[in-house]
Design a protein around this ligand. Structure first.
Ligand code: GLN
Length: 339
């Protein structure tokens, strides 16, 4: 898919540490200038206000687990977090109810179908399948701590803000635009209710979910949020322990399997990192123990993943040696078994 982008890049097979700081910064800037001219993809318009996004905006941020930030392009431009919120709400829910319950109630397997598929629910006896598709995300939001929709919303906003290390604002225009056009999510949520799979009132849970998708972030925020998952739940900027290392492990495994929807397999094959995308053009890709990439560029591919964002992540994964599946033979040592 992206192999031709990286043929001339010196590739790191190492999965140990990142290269020295100056080299990381140089590669982030290089990725930005390399993919800025790409014009493929289409800006999402099924949520009317998203269609107004500037297709030329392109920001890349890499935050290391020690808090070092490397930026290129539009890294402080704000956009609604959309589906990337699902990753962090999952982490908060894992923290609140634990590994077993998330597995039992929501599931962790890819549907192989688009993120807003109704058929996926019907085919699986009403199981939402995983927290990264809309059905599973609405079911997961409903599991947030709080007795009322208002309390759950507060917990979502406060929790995501702790990941970002700053108070995240709600984009009222995006909320209004999506609320007026999200009949499909309402249908999915009603269907979940009919299968007895939604805790809480359908309309209210869709509203909390839509609010969480309307929180404003930047590429820098995404990289900080991802780097928190990369460092066992410790925010690298505020040094606050947001969730436990076990929650990060569980969340990242779901992102690897389902974060890029039905293209998650291709993404892993090319990039080899847990990641999450959103329809406004954001991507967060997490390199456990090292840091995270935050990308923003509105034009999307057919599954709803940012085109420039994916290509930049592919390039940086190769050049920085981030792919989780890469290794190279260990040099023989004295005492090794003879062949
Ligand atoms: N809020 C959007 C929706 O529910 C999120 C989808 C996405 O980012 N893929 O349709």
């Amino acid at each position: 898919m992206f192999e031709s982008d990286v043929l001339d890049v010196p590739q790191r097979a190492l999965t140990g540490d990142l290269p020295e700081e100056s080299r990381v910064g140089e590669l982030v800037r290089d990725a930005h200038s390399r993919f800025a001219p790409v014009t493929h993809g289409t800006v999402a318009d099924y949520i009317p206000v998203l269609a107004e996004a500037d297709p030329d905006l392109f920001g890349l941020s890499l935050v290391e687990v020690d808090g070092t930030v490397h930026d290129a392009g539009d890294t402080v431009a704000t956009f609604s977090i959309q589906s990337i919120s699902k990753a962090f709400v999952l982490a908060l829910v894992c923290d609140a109810i634990g590994h077993e319950e998330v597995h039992r109630i929501v599931g962790v397997n890819n549907t192989g179908l688009p993120f807003n598929s109704v058929i996926a629910l019907e085919l699986n006896d009403g199981s939402p399948m995983n927290p990264m598709v809309n059905a599973g995300a609405i079911a997961t939001t409903a599991l947030m701590p709080g007795d009322t929709a208002e309390e759950k919303w507060w917990a979502v906003r406060e929790g995501l803000s702790r990941f970002a290390g700053r108070s995240l604002e709600l984009d009222e225009r995006v909320l209004r635009s999506e609320s007026a056009s999200n009949h499909r999510n309402q249908g999915i949520s009603d269907l979940l209710t009919s299968y007895g799979r939604l805790q809480g009132r359908s309309e209210e849970m869709v509203d909390v979910y839509t609010r969480q998708c309307s929180l404003l972030v930047t590429a820098d925020d995404l990289a900080i949020m991802g780097a928190t998952l990369a460092d066992g739940g410790l925010n690298p900027i505020t040094r606050e322990q947001v969730v436990s290392p076990e929650v990060c492990r569980d969340t990242l495994s779901v992102l690897a399997a389902c974060g890029m929807y039905e293209l998650s397999g291709e993404w892993l094959f090319e990039i080899g990192l847990p990641a999450k995308s959103g329809v406004s053009g954001g991507i967060v890709a997490v390199a456990p123990g090292k840091g995270a990439l935050g990308a923003f560029s509105p034009p999307l591919d057919r599954a709803g993943n940012s085109v420039r964002g994916q290509r930049a992540c592919s390039y940086l994964s190769r050049a920085l040696g981030l792919n989780l599946f890469a290794s190279r033979p260990r040099p023989a040592k004295e005492g090794d078994h003879d062949a």
